[in-house]
Design a protein around this ligand. Structure first.
Ligand code: NAD
Ligand code: ZN
Length: 359
C-alpha cells in the first residue's frame, strides 16, 4: 500500500507492506537518495539486534556508506543529552548536506533522529522506518522533538520526512502491550473521523491482535490517512488539528499521575476516550457513544477504567497544569457520534471531576 501525505510542495509517500525493508535500496533509488554521501541509521538497543543488520546490508549492497547509532530503549532517550550524542556520531560519520538520517524504530527513535535531521547543518533528509504501530501517528505531521526535564516534547521542530518505509513484518516482534497501545491510537483516528473504519476495526480485532499483515497494513493505512488529512488541513496547528487530541486531556493527566510504566500511552488515551464519551452526554449526545467506545476498547484488551489507587484530585491537578484549562472551564475533544468529534471550550471542571470519579 502506498499513501501520499499531501502537503503541497512537501508531499511525501508512506509505503506500507510486508517485507519492505528488503526493498529499501530500490525505494532509496526511486527517491534519488545520493549514494555518494554517507547515511546514518538511528535505532534503539532492542530493535538493533532484530532489524539493523538487515537494513544496513540491503543499503550497503546498493553502494551506500552506512553508519549506525543505537540509543537505549525508552522515552528517556528523547533527551538533549542523547541528541548531542547522536549529533556527535553524525559529525564523526562525516554526514554532509546531501546525507540522510534514517530512523529505524518507534516514536522515540523517530522523534529523536528526526530532530537531529532537522538541525544537522540546518536540516538534512530524514527517512522513517517505523517498527511500532504507534509510530503510524508520528510518521505523519512532521513533528520531531526531544523532551526537556520540565516538559515533554518541548524542544523540537517541524521536519517532514522524505518518505516512510513501514515494514509490517517488523511488527511481529512487538510486545503485546505495545501492539494494543498502538491500536488504541489507530482506533482514535477512526473515532474522530470515520465510522466505517471503526466498524472495520471492531470486526477485525482478532486479526489485528494476531498481527495479520494484511489487516495491519490496512489499519495503518487508514490511520495515517485520517491523520494526514487532518494535518494537511492544518499543518501548523491552528485549529482542526486539535481533534487529534481525543482522549489525550485525561490520558496525559493519567500518564503524569501513574507510576513509571503503570500505563503506556495507548492505554491512558483509551481510558481518556471513554471519559470523553461520558462527557459528551453532558451536551445531550447519545449514551450509546459511551457504550460503543467502551466495548470497542475492551475488545482490544485495553483498559477502560482508571486504576483504583489514583486520586481524582491528583488527576485534576495534573490537568490544571495543562494549557487547555481556563477559568473553571476546560477545552475537550468531545464525540458527537462515532466518527465525528467537536472541540468544546465550555466543559465545566465539575463535570470532569464527576467523569473521573465514574471511570
Ligand atoms: P518506542 O519508540 O519507545 O517503542 C516502544 C518500545 O517497543 C520500545 O521499548 C522499543 O524498544 C520497542 N520496540 C519498538 N519496535 C519494536 C519491534 N519491532 N520489536 C520489538 N520491540 C520493539 O515508543 P512508541 O510507542 O513507538 O512511540 C512513543 C513516542 O512517540 C513518544 O515519545 C511520543 O511522544 C512519540 N510520538 C510522537 C508523535 C509525533 O507526531 N512526532 C506522535 C505520537 C507519538
Ligand atoms: Zn497520542
Amino acid at each position: 500500500r502506498q499513501l501520499i501525505v499531501d502537503l503541497g510542495e512537501r508531499s511525501y509517500p508512506i509505503y506500507i507492506g510486508e517485507g519492505l525493508l528488503e526493498q529499501a535500496a530500490q525505494l532509496f533509488g526511486k527517491h534519488a537518495i545520493p549514494v555518494k554521501s554517507p547515511i546514518m541509521i538511528v535505532t534503539d538497543e532492542s530493535i538493533a539486534p532484530l532489524y539493523l543488520g538487515k537494513l544496513q546490508s540491503v543499503l550497503e549492497g546498493a553502494g551506500y556508506t552506512v553508519h549506525s547509532f543505537s540509543v537505549p530503549s525508552g522515552e528517556t532517550s528523547k533527551s538533549l543529552e542523547m541528541y548531542e550524542r547522536v549529533m556527535t556520531a553524525a559529525i564523526q560519520a562525516g554526514l554532509d548536506r546531501h546525507s540522510s538520517i534514517i530512523a529505524l524504530g518507534g516514536g522515540v527513535t523517530g522523534d529523536l533522529a528526526g530532530f537531529v535531521a532537522a538541525t544537522y547543518m540546518r536540516g538534512i533528509r530524514f527517512i522513517q522506518c517505523p517498527t511500532t504501530i504507534l509510530a503510524h501517528d508520528s510518521s505523519v505531521g512532521g513533528k520531531v522533538a526531544v523532551n526537556h526535564k520540565l516538559a515533554k516534547n518541548m524542544i523540537g521542530a517541524f521536519h517532514q520526512p522524505e518518505m516512510v518505509i513501514y515494514d509490517t513484518l517488523t511488527l511481529k516482534t512487538l510486545p503485546m502491550r505495545e501492539v494494543r497501545s498502538g491500536l488504541s491510537e489507530v482506533i482514535k483516528h477512526g473515532l474522530i473521523w470515520d465510522r466505517g473504519f471503526v466498524d472495520w476495526c471492531r470486526e477485525h480485532a482478532e486479526q489485528l491482535l494476531h498481527l495479520d499483515s494484511e489487516a495491519l497494513a490496512y489499519a495503518l493505512y487508514e490511520g495515517c490517512k485520517v491523520k494526514s488529512y487532518v494535518v494537511s488541513q492544518d499543518e501548523r496547528e491552528s485549529g482542526l488539528r486539535a481533534i487529534l487530541n481525543l482522549g489525550h486531556t485525561i490520558g496525559h493527566a493519567l500518564e503524569a499521575v501513574a507510576g513509571y510504566n503503570e500505563l503506556v500511552h495507548g492505554e491512558a488515551i483509551a481510558i481518556g476516550m471513554v471519559g470523553s464519551a461520558l462527557l459528551s452526554q453532558r451536551f445531550g449526545y447519545e449514551s450509546e457513544i459511551h457504550r460503543i467506545t467502551k466495548q470497542l476498547f475492551e475488545r482490544f484488551g485495553l483498559p477502560v477504567q482508571i486504576p483504583a489507587h489514583m486520586e481524582t484530585d491528583a488527576i485534576l491537578e495534573a490537568m490544571m497544569h495543562d494549557k487547555k484549562f481556563k477559568e473553571g472551564q476546560m477545552v475537550f475533544v468531545i464525540p458527537v457520534h462515532i466518527g465525528k468529534v467537536e472541540i468544546r471550550s465550555d466543559v465545566k471542571v465539575e463535570w470532569v471531576r464527576e467523569v473521573i470519579e465514574q471511570l
